[in-house]
Design a binder for this molecule. Structure first.
Ligand SMILES: NC(=O)c1ccc[n+]([C@@H]2O[C@H](COP(=O)([O-])OP(=O)(O)OC[C@H]3O[C@@H](n4cnc5c(N)ncnc54)[C@H](O)[C@@H]3O)[C@@H](O)[C@H]2O)c1
Length: 329
């Protein structure tokens, strides 16, 4: 299969040269390592970035215009690594290209639910498989922990708490997808503009009700201080925390308190690094297999729509002073 890259920035290519990032964490490196796939062309509106990327990955075709690249190369697979505000437009363009069978799109799929739904409908009508890189879905360590939670690790889930920075759509949807992965559907929300960041995508706080009866809260923090991305799941039989952007985890289980006789408390039982290596290689390989076997990818377009639906409910609730707002299905 022939793959092409749109957007030669950090997640497209440049993170590969960051010595602190372990494993395959760029689209270019993922296609390079994916069996049966060849990265044949790259495109960026910034000529210097496109040139550097083509040289870095030994790709002969280097373009400044996405439509021109699609027309010339006729790829099977397209990676979308451009800024959030451009996703709807470049994915729409990609869906016009008859050769395309799969799209590996960076999150969010679009910046509005309406645009994302239109893309999803067009992809379904054409039989194009779209995978969205809510990357923790592709982390082996998180998949394993989510399975254990579903199998009863925490007993009955009571409360899901989280922290994030940098925009309800941009990173909030990352967290909503993470929360859905561990705790299932979010049924209703209340949103609050505590930080008052302004702009197109302010980082809002939220209170959440899950379909399984658990409740939750998500707090937004100021990105200018530092990045923060965590989840804390408390159940009737234990607690799971994922912190350090999800790279570390800790499980506590209920037991007899070592401090007070006759009390039951949470006691540390397990923890360490959770495996987040090679998430992009996992995503690329899974997309190819999804196309070959006619199935949905691990993070499908429906997951991207669900995360955007929660974010939009939080935004409309915040605009209405924190009114309880059902999440659209
Ligand atoms: N899944 C994750 O964990 C994760 C991590 C980082 C970034 N992202 C997402 O990836 C996307 C890109 O982020 P980044 O940090 O790599 O950004 P970046 O600014 O480093 O790179 C984006 C590149 O896209 C190019 N570009 C802009 N418009 C274009 C167009 N119409 N056609 C071709 N190229 C175009 C820019 O010139 C730039 O080089 C964002 O949507 C972001 O949300 C996801």
């Amino acid at each position: 299969m022939k793959a092409v890259l749109m957007g030669c920035g950090k997640i497209g290519s440049e993170f590969a040269d960051d010595a602190r990032i372990a494993g395959i964490y760029t689209h270019a490196a993922a296609w390079r390592a994916c069996p049966g796939v060849e990265l044949v062309a790259v495109c960026d509106t910034d000529a210097e970035r496109a040139r550097r990327c083509a040289e870095r990955w030994g790709v002969s075709e280097c373009h400044l215009d996405a439509a021109e690249m699609l027309e010339r190369v006729r790829p099977d697979l397209v990676s979308i690594c451009t800024p959030d505000s451009t996703h709807a437009k470049v994915i729409s363009l990609t869906l016009d290209s008859p050769s395309v069978r799969g799209i590996l799109a960076e999150k969010p799929l679009a910046t509005t639910l309406a645009e994302a739904r239109t893309l999803a409908e067009r992809a379904a009508a054409r039989g194009v498989v779209i995978a969205v890189n809510y990357s923790r879905r592709y982390a082996a360590g998180h998949q394993k922990l989510a399975r254990r939670v579903r199998d009863g690790l925490l007993g009955e889930l009571r409360h899901v708490r989280g922290s994030y920075t940098k925009g309800t759509i941009h990173n909030g949807t990352h967290w909503f997808d993470w929360a859905r992965m561990f705790a299932g559907e979010i049924a209703s929300v209340r949103g609050y503009d505590v930080l008052r960041e302004g702009g197109d995508d302010p980082s809002l706080d939220a209170r959440l009700e899950f379909a399984n009866g658990a409740v939750g809260e998500l707090a937004a923090f100021d990105q200018r201080d530092y990045s923060l991305f965590e989840i804390d799941l408390v159940g009737s039989a234990g607690r799971l925390r994922l912190f350090d952007s999800g790279h570390c985890y800790r499980i506590d289980r209920v037991g007899d308190s070592t401090r007070y006789s006759g009390y039951r408390t949470l006691l540390e039982s397990e923890g360490g690094e959770s495996d987040m290596r090679d998430t992009l290689l996992n995503a690329a390989t899974d997309l190819v297999n999804a196309i070959r076997h006619g199935r949905q990818p691990i993070c499908a377009v429906q997951d991207a729509l669900a995360a955007l639906a929660v974010a939009e409910a939080v935004r409309s609730s915040a605009a209405a002073g924190g009114r309880v707002t059902a999440v659209e299905r």
